[in-house]
Ligand binder design. Sequence first.
Ligand code: ZN
Length: 213
Amino acid sequence: MKVTLSFDNGPTAAVTSHVLDTLAQHRAKATFFLVAENLTNPANRAVAERAAEEGHWIGNHTLTHSTQLGDSDDPHLAEREIGQAQQLIGDLASRDLLFRPYGRGGVLDRRLLSRPSLTYLQQHAYTCVLWNCVPRDWEQPDTWVDRCLADLTTRDWSLVVLHDLPTGAMRHLPRFLDSLTELGADLVQDFPPDCVPIRQGHLHRPIGHLLAR
Ligand SMILES: [Zn+2]
């Protein structure tokens, strides 16, 4: 059983540094998908720099995490939410430009992307990283670990979405990582191919069901 960890919507200095400490103790590497406007706070920027230095990958999770790309007909939305975010991320970015769209409630549906945003991702050679395991840590911060562990056993390779936000959920990250070790899970940084429909701008999986009509 392979498991890949991702942390979305940060960085938030206090919580992200706790997550980094915990990952270091377990020698685990993950990806942080940042809401880039958070980086205008110097303490948040510093913790994101630490994440990159410690070998975690830094991805783009939009500038403001406010409007789903497939839920708007604003022609400048992709440039702003993807392009301006990437500018703020700057040299923290991984070698591949990783982008994860905002999917409200963890739902993968037609609100995820629009035709113009797909074109934008392709033209700028982004790698689009989705997910297949959402234990809803933001909703149930004290019970996500057991739900997540049960869900992991249902597939060969899970890409888990957690949130380095001040909900209290990350207090349970040490226990989660201990349980993964006990289960013999193979913790990897790379992504399951099924979760990566676009690689360096090239379409590798059908995404018609994720595009606004
Ligand atoms: Zn998010």
